[in-house]
Ligand binder design. Sequence first.
Ligand code: ARG
Length: 462
Amino acid sequence: MQLWKGRFKKELSKTTNDFNSSISFDSRMYREDIEGSIAHANMLGRCGIISEESSKDIIEGLKKIQSDIESGKLTIDPEAEDIHTFIEGELTKRIGDNGKRLHTSRSRNDQVAVDVKLYLKKEVEAVKKLVTDLIGVIAKKAEEYSDTVMPGYTHLQRAQPITFGHHLLAYGEMLLRDVSRLSDCLKRMDEMPLGSCALAGTTYPIDREYTAGLLGFDGVTNNSLDGVSDRDYCIEFASVLSIIMVHLSRFSEEIIMWCSWEFKFVELDDAFSTGSSIMPQKKNPDIAELVRGKSGRVFGDTMTLLTVMKGIPLAYNKDMQEDKEAIFDAVDTVKMCLTAFTPMLDTMRVLPQNMRKAAAGGFINATDCADWLTKNGVPFRDAYKATGELVARCIELNTDLENLPIEEYKAVCEVFSEDVYNAISLDNCVSRRTSFGGPAPELVKEQAKRMAAKAEELQVEP
Ligand code: ARG
């Protein structure tokens, strides 16, 4: 069944119908389609565009269709052109002429735009909730490991000592920005396009504000051409989802490394690991790898949306039907990744001794040694050079800065005294890094508490 039969003499061929149809991926919006239609019918009745009686008849019919779909009594026809066509057709089948009145002063162009926005608004909230759950787990773990010393890296080379809590909080910060990006994206999505009609509004005396109120939108779109041809909200949401995946993917990459025998900083719970069919010793971090891999899909979806939209003239063009698979896939993927990632992190066993062992090697306290000299009057550049020479000497003697005799220190720079050993002890190197945002355990503890409170606050936000 098509809604646009009037001027056509021939049926669509089966292949054309299949090619043109979007029911296989837009039927998931049946609730939003019905919700939008109920609000529209309500407004039509209120504005006297159709009779109150017709309006009521339509609304009842639509509610019944929804409950029949939900109870399994009514199956969505996979041969229908799209969900809008199916529901309107079913309504007319059930209530006759009043069903045919529903589409007065409306087009599928503004209908699909409102459906997608209604659907995505809920999804933004759902993703926000999942990201917030993850932030909560990060904050909890960061507090627990606020004084666990580990090496901090640049270029994947041991650089300076930090705490594991500090490292975790870095991801918490990224995800907090993601939550704020989601809220921002929601604000711009919150304009109702219904009433733009096909492209040029309508001559009927509609009340768009009223419909927007019924549907819970913050306001209405200002321009009818833009109302039906805008897909920024899909692109923007997909972009935010892509950034979330960048963060999850980086985090996954670190977890994968930390699980290796080369690091052994953490061990994943058996419930989040898999084995090998041939190598009995293997315990693989598949979940983290999949999250890392799935980031590719979400970036691809974002690229699809950008490319679909970039060359189409105003207003609606059928290309835009391609928006749904991309944005739905991006949303589904991110939700799935978060659902797997959060409990994986929550149950991950941390191995502080191994982190500490790694932090004790690699001359991770060399900067602190140079800083000690600087604090004792040597210009930093000279102190840097002297410490470099000491590191070279340690390598020669196969020792480290903690065990290098004071005579060796003095031979390089006579300012050195026994006090330097205190400054370069691993615990001091970390606990003295108290500049705001730094890794000192007391700071991390406070930051973790603040983050946990923020996550809790976000959970109760409307
Ligand atoms: N299934 C279509 C879509 O998803 C609905 C809009 C159809 N509009 C049209 N003028 N053919 O975009």
